[in-house]
Design a protein. Sequence first.
Length: 254
Amino acid sequence: MNRFQELVDIVAALRDKDQGCPWDVKQTPESLVPNFIEELYEAVEAIEDKDDEALREELGDLLLHIVFQAQIAREKGDFSIEEVLETICSKLVRRHPHVFGDLSVGDAEGVKMNWERIKKQEKTERESVLDGIPRAMPALIQAHRIQEKAASVGFDWPDLKPVLAKVEEEHEELLEALGAEDEEAIREELGDLLFSIVNLARKLGIDAEAALKDTTRKFYRRFRYVEAQYSNGDIHEASLAELDVHWESAKTRQ
């Protein structure tokens, strides 16, 4: 028996109403969502930490959730894990005609554009090429994906110069809104500036979400150093000038 089938059989046994696990039996697709999301983020963290051992474990946990959802669907008569596998295999072959067919594609950007074109033909219920991005997706990733989809039909600046100009334009508009003390305009212009920065990151080939995470972690490390300077005192009593001195010291050490 292969290991994948073994996992499928184990999950089916856990879900057995007579001899299975009470916790597993009572689960629904909806009740598993929080755990599913948590496992996904743990896998992402393992990737970011370059921790192969942790990633091996977290990928197994993710696979468990996929098999679990498919088992529940099988019990309801909706679909099976075999149909899940059939669907993804067919999709991969269908959307890679440059590998499994006669289509010639020049580079990775051409592959992406052709993927979106095929997807648009398949998803006839979608009214826009921008449809299909989950609303719950983190905002930076959502912005990046929307920009990618627009670029797939050629709606994209050819180089960095106009992108940088757009960032500067949105920055100036934010300053104007701040000067006018218009809270609604400030919120809008700040959003526009963030969107333009995501576009800049995309054009540079940088994942804006990952870049922000890296900066947040850097801030965390440096602030922890600052906190450590008050191990025998109260950081809440320190002045901003004092904190800045320690902050600059943290920057030189890291």
